[in-house]
Design a protein around this ligand. Structure first.
Ligand SMILES: C[S@@+](CC[C@H](N)C(=O)[O-])C[C@H]1O[C@@H](n2cnc3c(N)ncnc32)[C@H](O)[C@@H]1O
Length: 244
């Protein structure tokens, strides 16, 4: 088996969490609330916090072993010359930041993630030879973020959270970015004619993918205005916002 498929199918690791969670689909649909905790004893993020082995397998699945090496081209409108500082919010293994910093030696990065993640993922950035240009910040993205950067990235974050929490995270980015800064969302927003139900996210987290129209309203409530949206060279749909 392809090693990335093995990670998803390993029933002793995070693959097992995804597989068994489907058993809670009917409850999730009937109640509109995830029943993940009924199966595994705790809600999703607390379950990961309590099980370092499952977290390691989750990090591997979302990192290069599972999802491959991310493409550093994350801007819809270009303009990298305006970017000297990037904050990857919920940056996980740091794989995206590593690729951006490798491609652009003039840029400095900050990885924000939960303390347990930040404590365990530095090696990828060191191996990429960019560790010297990265600050690691172990904190929640529901708290004020490191301020004043040119670019805030939210990759595969908003689709983990229902509207109230997603708006809070966007609001933290809007508050932290300087007036000409940008907030870029990769994952969790789809073009209006390509709505994506993301059933697994509903089962795990009561979260969802949003159409661009739905996202525009959420962003506005968080004091962000969409500047551009479109497909990146990687094929990924991205949305670029500026603070209002
Ligand atoms: C689906 S992963 C995406 C990781 C990374 N952006 C990527 O695309 O590979 C979600 C990330 O959010 C982090 N996370 C979850 N809750 C968080 C919180 N309250 N504050 C900061 N990070 C959090 C997780 O640790 C995880 O790394």
């Amino acid at each position: 088996l392809d090693p990335s498929m093995q990670l998803g199918l390993d029933l002793t690791g995070f693959g097992g969490r995804m597989a068994y969670a489907w058993g809670s689909l009917l409850t999730a649909v009937r109640t509109g609330t995830p029943a993940y905790h009924e199966l595994f004893g705790l809600p999703f993020w607390e379950d990961l916090e309590a099980h370092p082995d499952i977290t390691a397998s989750f990090d591997a699945l979302i990192g290069p072993p599972g999802h491959g090496t991310p493409d550093p081209e994350v801007l819809v409108t270009g303009g990298w010359e305006e970017v000297r500082t990037v904050v990857d919010v919920g940056g996980g293994t740091g794989a995206l930041l590593a690729e951006i910093l490798r491609a652009r030696p003039e840029i400095y990065g900050t990885l924000v993630d939960l303390p347990r993640t930040v404590a365990s993922v530095g090696s990828l950035l060191q191996a990429a030879g960019v560790g010297e240009r990265v600050s690691m910040v172990g904190q929640s993205f529901f708290d004020p973020l490191p301020a004043g950067a040119d670019l805030y990235l939210l990759k595969s974050i908003l689709n983990d959270w229902p509207d109230r929490e997603a708006k809070l995270i966007l609001g933290r980015c809007a508050q932290a970015a300087h007036p000409g800064g940008r907030v870029v969302i990769l994952g969790g927003v789809s073009p209006d004619d390509r709505a994506n139900p993301e059933l697994l996210m509903m089962v795990l987290l009561r979260s969802k993918d949003r159409t661009l129209t739905e996202f525009r309203e959420l962003a506005r409530e968080a004091a962000l205005e969409i500047q551009a949206a479109g497909r990146l060279p990687s094929g990924r749909f991205a949305v670029e916002c500026r603070p209002m």
